[in-house]
Ligand binder design. Structure first.
Ligand SMILES: Nc1ncnc2c1ncn2[C@@H]1O[C@H](COP(=O)(O)OP(=O)(O)OP(=O)(O)O)[C@@H](O)[C@H]1O
Ligand SMILES: [Mg+2]
Length: 215
């Protein structure tokens, strides 16, 4: 289990703290949802969990072990908002092999299969994929690292309705196999997940309930 205890984040560039005494437990195999309006601190929280930033106060533990940012970078796979903007590979295969030169074709297809992209070709340029396929590829790129925690920043942002559903179906299929934290300002899309939902408001985690109960 990943446990955040009393996390405070106040970078010198901000007038006020961005996260206040935030506590959160991510249960293995479960999907946790954090909703919050723009500017509430969702992306900042993911950056801290994934080790891209460090907090001034508080602890992040993986079971009983306190983790430093470098250890968190190994533990977590972060899918940024609009991840398709950051593809570097000239082909799907190249994108999957970034940082994993020796990845076999079988391993590449096993991961593509996990995200429902078994019918695409490894030599296809990522930009030739549809919007939903690109989002799936971005998730595959993180899954290939076998992260203990998959973090998703606004996974449905900027997609058509049918494509949003594609992404939601994929995440629903990963339920039970992968520990996932989703931050979103569209929590209603995830109501069928019937999972733990917290609300981040001005850097404070103020409530939690099952998504299914929300309207
Ligand atoms: N390094 C920083 N220095 C100063 N202010 C910052 C810094 N990082 C984040 N902020 C501020 O902290 C607040 C939270 O930002 P954050 O990007 O985490 O919000 P968010 O909930 O992800 O918003 P959105 O839904 O628009 O993506 C914002 O007001 C932002 O301007
Ligand atoms: Mg954000």
């Amino acid at each position: 289990m990943l446990s955040l205890k009393d996390i405070c984040y106040h970078p010198s560039t901000a007038n006020n703290p961005i996260l206040h005494n935030l506590c959160l437990d991510l249960i293995p195999g479960r999907i946790t949802l954090i909703r919050g309006s723009s500017g509430s601190g969702k992306t900042t929280l993911l950056e801290i969990i994934s080790g891209l930033s460090d907090c001034q106060k508080g602890q992040i533990k993986w079971f009983d072990k306190t983790l430093n940012p470098k250890q968190r970078r190994w533990l977590c796979g972060l899918v940024f908002q609009f991840p398709e903007r950051y593809f570097l590979g000239l082909s799907v295969g190249q994108e999957l092999r970034l940082g994993h030169k020796k990845l076999s074709t079988t391993e590449q297809f096993t991961t593509l299969n996990k995200v429902g992209l078994q019918n695409i070709e490894l030599k296809q340029p990522p930009e030739s994929l549809s919007g939903g396929q690109q989002r799936r590829l971005a998730i595959a790129v993180q899954l290939i690292r076998k992260p203990k925690i998959l973090l998703l920043d606004e996974p449905t942002a900027g997609l058509d309705w049918s494509v949003k559903n594609e992404v939601i179906e994929l995440l629903s299929n990963l339920k039970g196999q992968q520990t996932i934290l989703i931050v979103t300002h569209e929590p209603e899309l995830f109501k069928e997940f019937n999972t733990d939902c917290y609300e981040l408001s001005e850097g404070r985690l103020i409530s939690h309930k099952k998504t299914k109960l929300q309207k």
